[in-house]
Design a protein around this ligand. Structure first.
Ligand code: 3HC
Length: 724
């Protein structure tokens, strides 16, 4: 913490260099903000200072306001932790300073960092510096004047676009658009910035205060047209999120009432939004995602990741080809093995189609696509396996087949080679049973489509070595996944936690609830689709197979609905044969298929669980809770068994693997906002009415009784067993 400071140094030219220092990204922590106040006052006071340059230490300007401060507000409910930067510092000390201030920007200027720079009278940047206002991704709006100054520097429509999408631009584009005044090499950055500041002081260059500019704003009617379109878009794209509309309103306020009034309004709205659940959820996710890369006894014991240059993938089906695609796109050589040339050709074609698909969507250049495909080699035998650093097995879920493959691999691959399996259900200890290589056997559980979905569950057994886990985490990051290290159990973290999701939906339908209503409610809760549409997408065959696994592992809480079998019997298999709960037509949204209703009636008859033969009557909120509380209940067991390192890992896994809404912070975070007690009491009531499926777990009961958050580590709940 000793490194957190602001320096001031005055040169012979009379220019004061003010440097922010708070590694790694010079976040604007409270001591930095205080330091800036002091140093700007000092520079204003001192007679030997005639101009000022603001910059950041170690090649980075600033990553913005310290997000920890907002988390502290969430933990305490005390908004006064947020300091008044917008007026006191940016307007009074910087923009209205009697001495010219130039920002020397390098590496990145994001959020509050860019806002400080925009308060300066000019901005000089190094090449390829990232400039952006990503605040909306945290559930807030810019709070140091960004909503006012960015439109005045860039023009309204580009500024709105940058804030609403949260996407940064590079300094080169910034220069074209007017956000940056000059681009110079990092070596010359300070020198040019000092000269520029002196030139402004001597009126050889304009002394511009961004907040007072109007030249790029256009007429009032043009502005209101731009804002109208922006509002329509955010209402369509992000209907659940308050910060987007709030941001547009604040921008508009400044256009109508002037920049300074806009700054005041911005600050007020910023503080309101910080306190909303959306900001709580998104800020939690920001830190939770970064925590996943800290794994006790793996990343903290001084191990260095090894460089994995060549990877073999066994099986060119949907998963195997997706995994191979992800690897070659990140410059890793891949050997794809199949059992015969027909399957191999099919797999190679799928990989090519994946890459071409990204090319057509403009996500890749032609060179990059060709380069990636040149790293791929298809083979029918193991001869290349002598030279690979890792194998990922992605064949069908058959124990004997996998066991045979791992025995072969042990003999053929070099002894350092990591032996990974993409199984989603089979116990890793069983897969490795016939080998003596258990220390290098690990699960690499990708989610389909593997080249797009961001989550990678890394499954370890008690025997998997720390080095192997670290290496796989490193490859995972290299191929742009978020690796989450989890323990070995049926379904691992994500599929296990969410197995009651589909089953709960089945149970409700058999209790007489309308399935399309369930899907609608779950979508408006924020998941991309409801449980029935999800079953359609996955295919009923997969649903039935998975259910069998869970029925075997957790028979006490499995609900066996006859519905899926009835659907299959009547020739339905979901989206892939065009016959599911919904009708799928190209170019239009799925429509409920009413011809499925008689099959549901039949299922209800066979199941016969409706009290007195009548459909139960439940509110919308109860439906959402009856679907999601059993998921929370299973999450509790996952926590108790130590399947995840920490509760927030399960939050990230639920967001990335199940698309649980990130603005709700993930499954456990959301559950704690709802409150363990309410969840427990509800489940207990339903278990009395409708059976064991709802029976609260011991962990949930204990935490509800003691008033301890579900996310609190085991040590704060003395009687529950702490296991890693
Ligand atoms: C009032 C204002 O308008 C409000 C604001 O400014 S809100 C903040 C706006 N800024 C942002 O949203 C940027 C957030 N940061 C990022 O996107 C990325 O960290 C980055 C692009 C700056 C760097 O990415 P990368 O190099 O991959 O490093 P990354 O692992 O993310 O971050 C490094 C460390 O800095 C921390 N960090 C980064 N930005 C931070 C911030 N603004 N506040 C606090 N900590 C921050 C991270 O938590 C991480 O800490 P850890 O090592 O303890 O896990």
């Amino acid at each position: 913490m000793a490194m957190v400071k602001v320096d001031l140094e005055v040169g012979n030219d009379g220019v004061a260099i003010i440097t922010m220092c708070n590694p790694p990204v010079n976040a604007l922590a409270i001591p930095i903000i205080k330091g800036l106040q002091e140093k700007f006052h000092e520079a204003a006071r001192r007679n030997d200072v005639r101009a000022i340059v603001l910059t950041g230490k170690a090649g980075k300007f600033s990553g913005g306001f310290d997000i920890n401060v907002m988390q502290k507000v969430h933990q305490t409910g005390d908004i006064t932790f947020v300091p008044d930067v917008s007026v006191d510092l940016v307007v009074n000390a910087i923009e209205d300073s009697k001495k010219p201030v130039v920002a020397a920007v390098q590496g990145l200027a994001l959020g509050g960092g860019l806002e400080l720079a925009m308060g300066c009278h000019a901005r000089i940047a190094a090449p390829r510096t990232q400039l952006g206002l990503p605040e909306l991704t945290l559930g807030i709006i810019p709070g140091f004047g960004g909503t006012q100054r960015l439109p005045r520097l860039l023009g309204l429509s580009k500024a709105v676009d940058m804030m609403v999408t949260s996407k940064p631009i590079l300094s080169e584009e910034g220069k074209k658009l007017g956000l940056i005044d000059a681009i110079v090499s990092p070596e010359e950055l300070l020198k040019v910035s000092r000269l520029w500041a002196i030139d402004i002081g001597e009126r050889r260059r304009p002394w511009l205060r961004s907040l007072h500019r109007t030249d790029k704003l256009g007429s009032l009617s043009e502005a209101s047209e731009v804002l109208k379109i922006a509002r329509q878009q955010v209402k369509k794209n992000t209907p659940h999120l308050p910060q987007h509309l709030a941001c547009i309103d604040v921008i508009e306020h400044g256009i109508v009432h002037g920049g300074y009034s806009g700054v005041l309004r911005e600050q007020e709205v910023f503080k309101q939004l910080v306190l909303e659940d959306t900001a709580k959820g998104l800020i939690h996710v920001f830190f939770a995602q970064r925590s996943t890369s800290k794994v006790p006894n793996v990343t903290d014991i001084g191990l260095k990741p090894r460089n994995l240059k060549k990877v073999a993938v066994i099986g060119g089906g949907l998963m195997g080809s997706g995994i191979a695609t992800a690897l070659i796109l990140s410059n890793i050589h891949v050997v794809l093995k199949e059992v015969n040339s027909e399957y191999l050709t099919r797999g190679m074609k799928m990989i090519e189609a994946n890459v071409r698909g990204l090319l057509t969507k403009g996500k890749l250049t032609k060179d990059k696509a060709d380069g990636a495909l040149s790293l791929l080699k298809g083979v029918l035998d193991y001869s290349e396996f002598k030279y690979v650093d890792m194998v990922i097995e992605a064949v069908i879920e058959k124990i004997s087949l996998k066991q045979a493959i791992f025995s072969d691999l042990e003999k053929i691959c070099p002894s350092h080679c990591i032996l990974a399996t993409n199984t989603s259900t089979i116990d890793l200890n069983i897969i490795g049973e016939k080998t003596r290589s258990q220390d290098r056997i690990v699960g690499a559980h990708f989610f389909s489509p593997a080249h797009i979905m961001p989550l990678l569950e890394i499954v370890r057994t008690e025997k998997t070595s720390a080095q192997v886990i670290l290496d796989l985490m490193t490859v995972g990051k290299l191929i742009k996944k978020i690796p989450v290290v989890v323990g070995n159990c049926t379904g691992f973290a994500v599929n296990r936690t969410f197995f009651p999701y589909t089953q709960g939906a089945q149970l409700l339908v058999n209790l007489g609830v309308d399935m399309f209503r369930i899907d609608r409610l779950i979508s408006s809760f924020g998941l991309p689709m409801g449980p029935f549409q999800l079953q359609d997408v996955a295919g009923y065959g997969v649903n039935l197979a998975v259910r069998k696994e869970f029925a075997g592992a957790f028979p006490d809480r499995t609900f066996n609905s006859p519905l899926l079998e009835l659907l299959v019997k009547s020739g339905r298999n979901g989206k892939n044969n065009g016959k599911g709960y919904y009708i799928y037509e190209k170019g239009s949204r799925p429509k409920p298929d009413l011809s499925v209703l008689p099959i549901i009636e039949e299922s209800r008859r066979i199941c016969n669980i409706m009290p007195n033969g009548k459909p139960i009557s439940v509110t919308d909120q109860e439906i959402v809770e009856m679907i999601l509380f059993p998921v929370v209940n299973e999450a509790c067991r996952v926590l108790e068994e130590g399947i995840v390192v920490r509760a927030s890992d399960l939050d990230i896994a639920s967001v990335l693997g199940m698309s649980f809404p990130s603005y709700r912070g993930g499954i456990v975070f959301w559950a704690d906002l709802v409150g363990a007690n309410h969840i427990y009491t509800s489940l207990r009531k339903w278990s009395e009415l409708y059976g064991n499926f709802f029976k609260p777990s011991r962990y949930l009961e204990e935490r509800a009784m003691r008033g301890i958050p579900l996310s609190a580590p085991a040590s704060s709940a003395p009687s529950s067993k702490a296991r890693l």
